[in-house]
Design a binder for this molecule. Sequence first.
Ligand code: 3UK
Length: 524
Amino acid sequence: PGLQFPPQLNCATWLLDRHVAEGRGERPCILAPGLRWTYRELQDRADRIAHVLVHDMGLVPGNRVLLRAPNTPMLAACWFAVIKAGGIAVATMPLLRAKELQAIVEISQASHALCDARLADELLQAQAACPTLKQLRLFNGEDAAHPLAPDLALEPAMARHGTPFANVDTAADDTCLLGFTSGTTGVPKATMHFHRDVLAACRCWPEQVLRPTADDVFIGSPPLAFTFGLGGLLLFPMHVGAQAVLLEKAGPEQLLEGVRQFGATVLFTAPTSYRKLASHPQSAAHSPAAALRGSTLRHCVSAGEALPAATRALWREATGIELIDGIGATEMLHIFISADAAHARPGATGQVVPGYRAEVVDEHDQPVPDGTVGQLRVIGPTGCRYLADARQTRYVRHGWNYTGDAYWRDADGYFHYQARTDDMIVSAGYNIAAPEVETALLQHPAVAECGVAGVPDDERGQIVKAWVVLHPGQTPDEAMTRALQDFVKQTVAPYKYPRAIAFVADLPRTATGKLQRFQLRQLA
Ligand code: 3UK
């Protein structure tokens, strides 16, 4: 897809200022409950914040700026301000605590921070322990609720500066953002992305698979600190001059209400969220998603975790919409294997997105024949490099990102997900993929959510154990255990059935919503 970029390039110029320069400034850009900013209004905010960063806070190009807020219009403005000023955006998950923020400041060497006043406490605690973090400003957003110390308040400082701001003339391969990986295995790593990576990400998967237009209205749940959310809820809509709805809370009710209120056409969320929206203890016909049948929604994108075939079917039954599955990674910024609704193949993630190469390799890095399970590796125009990390070589070799996922490819080039390579269970000599057992369990009507992991066993090496969250009104007893075991035996090869089942109220998940199977193993 013709991805030659000029040597000097600031991605904010293309994504934001271009629309105003070309006469689209009055088109709506960012929507939120009770708020609507046009492209010109977002540019106005971003320009003023960029002036504050440079003139009041002493930012010079290359400085890292920590951002902390729920998905709000002000967070979007701050993100663009950092990019315009030639800084490096380090967006963080709103739920992080002082200790985690401290680790991120230390890894990223952030010198500046912009933070939603409601989330200031943990960041101020972290700052006390971080001598490199010298400059910090707090913002209130629209409902100016928190009185702020004058030297810390961003909004009055914005009012003192004018517009425009002349974007720093960065190189196309200057770093503009650090993305932190989800840490499904515990420790997050920082990936670096260039200005040109951001534009390449807008050109690859969106143009090949999603194909949005300026009339689309994007909505969804992933935080902008997660590159799944950054792309789906900010970069991709703005690339085509469309609108993005930012929701601070995006549970099933808020998403449903948001789609209705804003006439959303494109939804981005994770498999568990689709399942929650679509499942109702009695029937899919009464699920919240049934209300989406015949709504404005036309594209629904699932990523972050494997999409169980049952969830795909549930969503289709409830809404009439075929989900677009796609595997992406922080290392690669966004999705690199996917299929649009017309090409969806249940059980497969999809085909490689043009612009990328993806292969399934053995432990010697040699591609394996189609049909054979191996590790997925990918290379492309949007990644990948880590910020100084001693474990680099485990995930990146010769420019390839080794995703840590076990996959096989079929003769038509569709990639079929098996498991994270460390979520393969070996029991009495059998190789069992934890997600396959989960997928089977999820088809049982009593099961709301579940997680599966291998636990040590004297006789078999490991046994399959399932942690199950039941729907309200279901009884967690011996009879239920046997019913679920029998059900799995009838759904997949009987040796895969969970020999142990624990009923729990919820499952350990990362801030990006991924199941942490290593936590389950530790529970055992
Ligand atoms: C898993 C999937 C099966 C897989 C992400 C879209 O998830 C994102 O990035 P992370 O760095 O995690 C990457 C890992 O997540 N995964 C993601 N999508 C799928 N597994 N099917 C899928 N559809 O283990 C992968 O290695 O947090 C997703 C866009 C941007 C992202 N950063």
